[in-house]
Every structure is written in C-alpha cells, then in structure tokens.
Design a protein around this ligand. Structure first.
Ligand code: VGL
Length: 186
C-alpha cells in the first residue's frame, strides 16, 4: 500500500486576484502549504495537477456561463497558470498538465511534465493504492479528479477543508455525490 497526496489546480488564476478566482482560494492554498510541511512526509508521493490551456476552444468565452464556459484562465506558461505562492513546489514529485486544446476537468487527463505518462499509470507504477485529494475547484476539477480516481480503483479521501468551490452550493453537492460514489470525506 502506498499513499499519494494530489493537489488539484492550486493555481493563481483560481485564487483571489486571478481571472477565475474562487473565494476561498488563498485560504485553501495556505492550508495546503501548511499541510505539506506538517504531513507531507506521511505520503509516499505528492503530485499536483495544473490546468494548462493553449487553445481550449469553447472552454474559453467572452460571455462565460461559469458552468461550461469560462473567462480566459491558466494559459500555458502564464503567471496565472503558476502554482499559488503558498504551495511548496519543491516537495512535489510530479506535475500533471491538462487541457492544452480542450476542456479537461479531471487531473487524470493530465500528462506528466517529465515523461509521457498519464497520472493513473504514473501513480500505479509507484504502487499507489490510496489517494488524498485537495484543491480547486471542489465543484469542477476536484469532483472530476476524485470520480476518475474511484473509477481507476484507488481508495479516495477528500480533505474537505482544503478544497475551494466556484459555487458553495455546487461544492457541497459535489462532496455529497463523491461520498455516495465511495469517497471518504475528511
Ligand atoms: C476549473 C473551471 C474551469 C477547475 C477549471 O480547476 O476546477 N474550473 N476550469
């Protein structure tokens, strides 16, 4: 048994001051940074996903509905796509980038930065069986990443105080859905 901590999209654009800010983004990034220092050594691996858009088609819109279309965010190599300053990037074993030419909500669509490998085989190669998930946004990328983690057969826990939603109600609803699908809410 090996455990992974998965940081989902804790990027500047999803935090206050960013182009698609979630209200609790800074608070959650601060908590995750502190958690990395206090609990990071309990994990066999720590990985992070990043939304990484080049030309994602209708995912970007000048008149976004904030459900299926969004303001321009997390453009590849831009400052907004960088990890939040409170995240300890040095202790992250691998980054998985997703969404170059399409919308990609699940971190499991992400490819490793240092080799051509999707996140699921990368984790399985490391013997990972259990994943703890934190990040942004609860109602979108955390939700999709956790559902895929369950489908891939991982034991999934969501550390809910370290997740930030676009919409609070939708975030709570997503957590209920994840619980029903088999995730443990902590
Ligand atoms: C996300 C909306 C649009 C996310 C990404 O990371 O949850 N949300 N793109």
């Amino acid at each position: 048994m090996a455990r992974a901590l998965i940081l989902v999209d804790v990027q500047k654009d999803f935090c206050p001051g960013g182009s698609l800010a979630t209200e609790r983004g800074d608070e959650v990034a601060g908590k995750i940074g502190a958690y990395q220092l206090s609990h990071g050594s309990e994990y066999d691996v720590v990985v992070a996903t990043q939304d990484w858009h080049i030309d994602p088609g209708e995912h970007f819109s000048e008149t976004p509905d904030f459900k299926n279309s969004w303001p321009i965010h997390c453009v590849a190599d831009s400052d907004g796509a960088a990890m939040h300053d409170r995240i300890n990037t040095d202790s992250i074993d691998e980054f998985f980038r997703k969404g170059h030419y399409t919308a990609a909500y699940s971190g499991f669509e992400g490819t490793a930065v240092s080799e051509e490998l999707l996140m699921s085989p990368w984790l399985k190669n490391k013997g990972v069986t259990d994943v703890d998930i934190v990040g942004i946004a609860t109602d979108h990328c955390v939700r999709a990443t956790a559902l895929d983690a369950l489908k891939e057969g991982f034991n999934v826990s969501i550390l809910t105080s370290m997740c930030s939603a676009v919409d609070f109600h939708a975030g709570d609803h997503a957590l209920e859905e994840l619980h029903e699908a088999g995730a443990i809410l902590i």
